[in-house]
Each structure stands twice: as C-alpha cells, then as structure tokens.
Design a binder for this molecule. Structure first.
Ligand SMILES: Nc1nc2c(ncn2[C@@H]2O[C@H](COP(=O)(O)OP(=O)(O)OP(=O)(O)O)[C@@H](O)[C@H]2O)c(=O)[nH]1
Ligand SMILES: [Zn+2]
Length: 351
C-alpha cells in the first residue's frame, strides 16, 4: 500500500478524531456573496481544479488555491466551494476558494491503524464501490470487510464490483456478503462494451461513487470503460499527465456520460453521476472508526444495543446483542457479520 507523502493532497487538518461527532462544520461567512459555486474535481500540489457553471454551456474547469482566510480548513475532492477572483478558466488563471460548504458525507481514513489522526479523503460522496478481482489477484475478504466498515462509518452505501469473472465464479464470495445485503455487480474486461458498461452505470446514476481497489484488480480498465473520454469528462488537463495516468495522491472526480437517449437539458442529463477515482490509496486505516456509527448500517441490530454497557465493543461478554438475536429479533448471521466487520478494526499483517 502506498503511503501518503509529505504533500499529500488531502485535507491536511490533523484533527483528533471522535470528539465532536461525525459531521464537520463550516463557518458561514456572509462575505463573498457573489462568489461562484464550484465542485472540486482534483487537487495537485495545492492547486485545486474546480468545475464552475456545471451543466451549462459556460461550464469550465477553473484552477484555484485556498484563500488565506480559510486558515487550516481543508478542502478535498467532492467539496462544494465558493470561488472568487479570476474565474475565466484561461491557462495560468488562478481563482481563490473563500468558502467550503457543509458536507453531506466525509470519507475518512487514517494512514495506519495506530495513527490517531484522521484525514478526510473525499467529501459529499454517497456510495463506495469496492473493486475486487475474483482471481489474479485473489480476493481478500478481510480487505473488503475493512472497506465496508469505512463505508458504513462514513454513512455511504457500499457497492461490490467483482471483476475478472472470466477467471473465477462470483458465488463463493457473494455468499459471504449475502447477510449484509450489499449490492453487487459482476464484470469482465471482454464484456465491457457499450451495453454492459451502461448496466454498470445504472448503479452509479445520479450519485457520487468513490472507487477503491487494490492494485491489479482491474479498476483502471473498469473506470476507462465507464468514462470513455476521461479528459473531456473533467476538463482536467493538468491532472492527467502525458502518460495518461493521474499521478498525484489526490482523488479525481470523473463525470459519467449521459445515459443514452436522455434529452439534453433534462434532469437525468444534468445529474449523470460521478466516479471518484482514488489512485493514491487502496485500503483504510480504521482507528478513527466508531462502532456506534457502523451500527447505523444495521437497523435490525441497532435497537438491540440499548441494553449494552457503555462504549460496548459489541464483542464482549455483556453485549446485549446476543440476547437480542437469541430472542429472535434479528438473524444471527447479521450479528456474526457485524462482529466480523468490527473485528477488522484491529490491524493485522497484510492490511
Ligand atoms: N482476465 C481478466 N483480466 C482483466 C480483467 N480486467 C482487467 N484485467 C487485466 O488485469 C490487469 C490489471 O488491470 P488494471 O485495470 O490496470 O488494474 P488496476 O486495478 O487499475 O491496477 P493498477 O494499475 O495497479 O492500479 C491488466 O492486465 C488488465 O488487462 C478481466 O475482467 N479479466
Ligand atoms: Zn454491545
């Protein structure tokens, strides 16, 4: 796993996790009322590429920097921001980000499991696509579990994308995730034509999906099929190097093409969905994860935790969930899955 370098393009606020609840707050500044609304597409060495006038004929990518008045407040990919200054988007022009809007979600990670600091990786995404090959490389269920924990902790819906189905069947792996009710798609490289790609896009329409996957699982192959014209999808020229590879540790937001047959200017054409590719990380340090946030993803078990001791790990002698399941209030397989997921917070060799 690649580690973050010194100038990692993430939220560089090193906040102690957990003390003030899960929602980051933004101070509302009444100044700059005429600022333009924009979405952060990618970040490269302190330069942020922002999409202005999205969905209109004036749509353009504008390069911006954080205004000094933002202080240490971080700005990450997916953030909605307010821009002032040169908004022309001309080469060498530079705008300033004067405000970061409230976030609907934050995907966090800690660099390592024993790292007490958390970083926000992507803002405002609603889905986490966990890309796993069915073979070559072998699937790593523990890694999938850790990604699921990160998704549930962030309040994002997980989507399992199983690639390379030409090499191995999907059923044995899907069985493990059946009690969790995780949605899934199975793909193979040679079946990623227009129709099959559109079937995958069906799972991504109208939402913002962060793609994570271990090296070699076929994430690039898949994302290229989903967003055939990467460059035009973002207008991000600088972020894509001559080698056609995005080289920073920052995520990169790519807009999906409009669904076939959809009228330009219609609502579906305006919200085709976003793929947020993450070249810089493959897993999550989970030391920031709070079991009580994860349990929100288990509405059948959540009420059963009322009788738990304070700060229950839900895997201890006095945990009330055992009685809850024994009395038939929830499926034991669900409790087993929850405990398996929570157990992945403990670091282990190979994570
Ligand atoms: N057999 C088979 N091979 C595939 C499939 N999808 C991708 N591959 C191959 O797997 C290898 C890795 O694919 P990539 O798309 O580069 O994988 P990646 O996840 O982006 O990996 P990195 O580039 O290391 O980040 C390439 O040789 C692909 O051609 C598939 O469905 N079946
Ligand atoms: Zn408990």
């Amino acid at each position: 796993m690649r580690r973050y370098g010194k100038d990692a393009d993430e939220d560089d606020i090193r906040a102690r996790p957990g003390r003030r609840g899960s929602r980051p707050r933004t101070r509302i500044r009444p100044k700059h009322e005429d600022a333009a609304e924009a979405m952060v597409l990618t970040i490269d060495r302190g330069r942020l590429t922002c999409l202005v006038d999205a969905g209109t004929r004036q749509e353009r990518a504008v390069t911006a920097m954080k205004a000094r008045e933002l202080g240490r407040k971080g700005v990450v990919v997916g953030d909605m921001v307010a821009l002032v200054g040169d908004l022309s988007g001309e080469p060498d022009s530079l705008a300033r980000i004067v405000r970061v809007e409230d976030r609907s979600s934050v995907l966090r990670r800690t660099a390592d499991d024993d790292d007490p600091y958390e970083r926000v990786v992507v803002a405002n995404a609603d889905q986490l696509a966990i890309v796993t090959a069915l073979a070559d490389p072998e699937p790593r269920p523990r890694l999938i579990d850790r990604c699921l924990v990160a998704a549930y902790d962030a309040g994002m819906e997980p989507l399992l994308i199983l690639t390379k189905s030409d090499l191995a069947p999907a059923d044995p792996l899907l069985e493990i995730y059946a009690p969790l009710g995780v949605r899934h798609v199975v793909t193979r490289r040679d079946d990623l034509g227009p129709e099959e790609s559109e079937a995958v896009r069906d799972h991504l329409r109208g939402r913002s999906t962060v793609f994570v996957g271990h090296s070699g699982v076929g994430k690039t192959t898949l994302v290229n099929a989903l967003v055939p014209d990467r460059q035009r999808a973002t207008g991000v020229v600088n972020a894509v190097t001559g080698r056609g590879r995005h080289t920073t540790t920052s995520a990169l937001a790519l807009r999906l093409p409009a669904p076939p047959g959809v009228k330009p200017g219609s609502r579906r054409a305006a919200a085709p969905g976003w793929v947020i590719d993450t070249p810089g990380f493959r897993s999550f340090g989970l030391s920031h994860v709070d079991p009580s946030r994860v349990i929100h993803a288990f509405p059948d078990l959540a009420p059963g935790t009322e009788g738990c001791p304070r700060a229950c790990s839900h895997d201890e002698q006095d945990c009330a969930l055992d009685a809850w399941v024994e009395s038939g209030k929830a499926d034991p397989a669900r409790l087993y899955s929850l405990r398996r997921l929570l157990a992945t917070r403990e670091a282990r060799e190979g994570d």
